[in-house]
Design a protein around this ligand. Structure first.
Ligand code: GRF
Length: 210
């Protein structure tokens, strides 16, 4: 069976990309074939290059319009025969043209239990800040398919964790990130094994072998 070809888009440090790469070492199921970023200085690009994976930089300033930029991203994904697009800390908006080219083939990791602390304005530290200020006792991470609604697509996997009273925002972030590093590779593996089916707004996940 051919390995699932994954294209990762990111904007930052890329620890989630690292988790994917580490989990896929010698995997017969999937491989990362392309890493793209909207930020030339994103350390995630270095992580990709270190593994000999082709990378691409798509900075807004280098294009006449966002439309043109997004078209180039789509072109790169297609050129590398990407089957599944993984957003791993990608902060730019994914346009309709890419969503339509990859129906239910784009997944995102979000550092909260969606729909809580998701949607417009909830990105990066803002998510954990919101969780902290609301005095939440639990938070978590969500892997979901990407639709046109920000953080609104069908949920694939979700896991929660407990917040202790003494946890500050960086502590919450650290706990959640650790969880993300487990959850995102797991979702990719399930998809590669054909165990994930979207049914309307819900997702059936077959966790067992049989
Ligand atoms: C993660 O918390 C991800 O959920 C969020 O941005 C962070 C990216 O971390 N959207 P990294 O670049 O993978 O280290």
């Amino acid at each position: 069976m051919e390995r699932l070809k994954i294209g990762v888009l990111l904007s930052g440090g890329g620890t989630n990309l690292q988790a994917i790469l580490d989990s896929m070492e010698e995997s017969s199921l999937a491989e990362v074939v392309f890493v793209g970023s909207d930020k030339g200085e994103a350390y995630g690009l270095v992580r990709g290059r270190e593994r000999g994976i082709p990378t691409g930089v798509f900075e807004k300033a280098d294009f006449a319009s966002l439309k043109e930029r997004d078209f180039e991203i789509l072109k790169a994904l297609k050129a590398h025969n990407v089957d599944l697009v993984v957003l791993a800390g990608y902060l730019a908006r994914i346009p309709k043209v890419i969503i339509e080219a990859y129906p239910n083939k784009i997944i995102n990791i979000h550092p909260s239990l969606l729909p809580c602390f998701g949607g417009k304005g909830y990105y990066g530290d803002k998510v954990h800040q919101g969780v902290f200020e609301r005095g939440m006792k639990v938070t978590g991470a969500t892997v979901h398919f990407v639709s046109e609604e920000t953080d609104g697509g069908p949920i694939i996997l979700q896991e929660s964790l407990t917040i202790d009273f003494d946890d500050e925002i960086p502590d919450i972030q650290e706990k959640v990130l650790k969880l993300e590093h487990r959850l995102l590779p797991k979702a990719i593996e399930l998809i590669a094994k054909g165990r994930v089916t979207v049914i309307g707004t819900r997702v059936r996940v077959e966790h067992n072998e049989n």
